[in-house]
Design a protein around this ligand. Sequence first.
Ligand code: HGY
Ligand code: MN
Ligand code: MN
Length: 481
Amino acid sequence: MTAAGVPHSYIPFSLFLLLLSSSSSHLYPGTATAEKQSKTRSLHSEILRDEAVARLNDLGKVSDADGYLERTFMSPASVRAGILIREWMEDAGLRTWVDSMGNLHGRVEGMNTSAQALLIGSHMDTVVDAGIFDGSLGIISAISALKVLKSNSKLGELKRPVEVIAFSDEEGVRFQSTFLGSAAVAGVLPVTALNISDKSGVTVQDVLTGNSIEITEESLLELKYDPASIWGYVELHIEQGPVLEWTGFPLAVVKGIAGQTRLKVTVRGSQGHAGTVPMSMRRDPMAAAAELIVLLESLCKRPREFLLDGGNCDEYSLESLSTSLVCTVGEISTWPSASNVIPGQVTFTVDLRAIDDVGREAVVYELSNKIYKICDRRSVSCIIERKHDANAVICDRELSARLQSAAYTAVHRMTGEIQEEVPVLMSGAGHDAMAISHLTKVGMLFVRCRGGISHSPEEHVLDDDVWVAGLAVLAFLESHM
Ligand code: HGY
Ligand code: MN
Ligand code: MN
């Protein structure tokens, strides 16, 4: 298995040989004989594949935008999506409610209401121009697996309560601070988060009030679950990377999730006429921002070069950074944004991730120092706001072992083949499991996605991989019966 902390893009070659030797494109029941058809039926394909795929497509049409998928925290489309998901939860026999941070819950008590509950969830919000599987697959697979138990009158055989949670804001697209929903359930969302405003000055509190949710500090604190009442949290999610497709396996267990920092950098200079100000006399924030963004890319491509003389991180962190550090400038805006005006201000976002938290901190420190030096030299001013931080999370071993066994069972049920090794991968993408790890032990399963593409309308999961995902959740639930 991959060594601790080695991100999936750096699986040791020996493991790759093992995976490649044993991997074959897992055949699924193709032209089924009568006996195979009954087997397929016993694999609940109508619910775990056909209906789940139809629901993913239906949910993928619920958008705030025309022509592309966008659902942000408590937006009109997110509310409509919640109504749809709530119907599906009730169709699976779950008791449902919406909490005061917009999370949608569906719960079945099982045979022992006082036993510690199993939470299964993911997010119902999306990025801009999103794919239909990111977040939604984890919610729909969980609901479908519970519906199979209901259709076999087995919900009452669950040893513990099972609660599906569709979290209201994992992407953090609107307010830049992610996990608004899951952090509230974990009890780690500061009440100050209610005052965070979006680009138009609307706050989180305003959005909740606009949805007739009057949240107070008390009601926010009441959202926190009692850790003693929770057995653990499981999240099934698309891999959003290319490794599973490359290895030929449909499922993987997640070993851990990279830590992340989000910054907002605002550079101010002197706004002026594009035609009259000599180049030598300009204080141009756009040119400064361009130099800062190229610096950021160089630092993240060659951290050792920048950090060794800085001396603020050891060899282990440097080694980890050289394999896992990634950074992205996803948003940039300028004022007044006119072609014949030297801008007065440029603002851009920085999304920075690494498996090692010490290394990530060292990068943020070094980057900030260099940004201020460059702005000084260019006589422009600079403000760096730290909008979000989440430390790296390592998934629980015992829970991961149970997920691995569920994945193994699912693939074996579908293909009849023995999948020697269920791959174990690191996640560069963030997930609600990071927030819930403050509440209880967490485990994650990854599902193969075409070309590893995500955060794009090209995002795609094979129908049969949706099916095997549902079978894995079903097998995991059966281990709690
Ligand atoms: O950005 C992420 O890693 C996640 O998709 N929110
Ligand atoms: Mn995402
Ligand atoms: Mn996601």
